[in-house]
Design a protein around this ligand. Sequence first.
Ligand code: HEM
Length: 489
Amino acid sequence: RRGGPLPPGPKGLPFVGLLFEFKAWATSSKPKWKRYCEMSEKYNSDVVSFQVLGDRTVVLNSVKATTDLLEKRSSIYSDRPPLHMVDGLMGWTFDINHMRYNDKWRLHRKTFHQYFQPRSVPQYYPFERTAVTALFPKLLEKPDDLRAHIKTLASSLVLRVTYGFTTEEENEYFVALVDRAFGTILDVGGRGNYLVDYFPLLKSIPTWLPGAAFKRKALRWREYSQELRDGPWKMIRKSHAEGTAVHCFATENMDKFSGEMDEMEEIIRNCSASAYLAGSDTTVGLILSSILLLMYYPEVQKRAQAEIDAVIGDSRLPDHSDRERIPYTAAIITEALRIYPIGRLSFPHYTTEDDIYEGHFIPKGTAVLGNIWAILHDESIYPDPYKFDPERFVEGEGRTVQPHPKTWAFGFGRRICPGRWFALDTAYLTIACILATCHIKCALDENGNEIPAKLEYTQGLINHPKPYRARFVPRSAKALNLMKQGFEH
Ligand code: HEM
């Protein structure tokens, strides 16, 4: 081989490589991120590789490898692989996450970043307070619909920030569009499950051919993705023109670029849709996971509540400005993000040049995955990695604070998640306010016995706890009052 051997890994069969194994992994009870760790052990290398039908994947299972390649050599590790089914046929190229590494992506990323960087996100605090205020009565009245409530909280926030949507009908309309479109991505099940991903010429076969069912399906699904991209945009364009739009990311950019809309309209439209796509389900996962962990570990709950009582008291809700003063409480979402990361593998990066790393050849056109789960469970960084212990992130005598998982949990290098500060703010405020006012308890069965909580998670692209039921019991009459008032007093 030109540049030396590829990183070690299972060879599979000639030509097809790991085709059959790879398909089986998708439905197996052993998740891919654990398989990749096992490969590392077996081949004694933190960088492993395999191929399916000539399509190479390299997996980086350590901080050293992700830093060396995805960060330090990011100029050649920041592309996305061509997704012929999802992007080529189903039309998802409008999503920043799917964009190839080029000037178009740079312009999107810059436009997006200006509104979600640390300096900008405090402007969304009032929306976060409103969302938490709206959540409280729902927790008390319909705790069994917790997932739906948290979804409404996260989606209403992103929709408020991007499109200025404030009504429930607007939110419902958009959430339904996204669910329908996103469902098709889940159906496809990631890169490589359709032959067209390996043989892009299949894209041009006529749709009437008997073997072209994938193409007929893809073109039908394309309508969903295009409606998601264009539907809300048409609404905001119209209300902006009529002067009735609420000030938001979309309107501010329309005003800012009013003389350059020929070039900028597509960018603003795509950034708005991408924010929702990337941002709502992920934050939902983190909040639901934190609530489940708190229910499972009541002693953690107790300790956080004691901290809130001592620092803030019981006459007001915790706010963003309290975050540093209640480090243990704030560390709960940090530890939830570490122990059950929302994305356990990064979205694939893709090399744009040949490279050599530690004697191994990584050719141009290789998909490269950072194994987030492996890093966040590496015992040399996080001793006793399977223990849920927020104290890891709290300063104390004789203790070294462990690294914040946000360095890895949001991906790597130039493609690192640009919405991470916004996500962490939302999750912090939600969890701190729930803890200040409620005991999170297991739901009761028909005989009044607690249904024990189980730490069970899905294995899909985004890590969510499996559906569970909880009860939110106000900690006192004063706490109940705070829940009724929310931040509106
Ligand atoms: C807990 C919440 C979240 C997690 C765990 C998360 C995680 C990630 C990950 C792993 C990536 C891929 C990074 C890579 O390829 O290396 C990503 C990309 C992205 N995320 Fe997030 N995210 C979260 C919330 C958000 C929010 C709230 C927004 C928007 C407001 C957002 C916007 C984006 C965008 C636009 C990208 C694509 C970046 C690019 O390709 O250049 N995310 N996120």
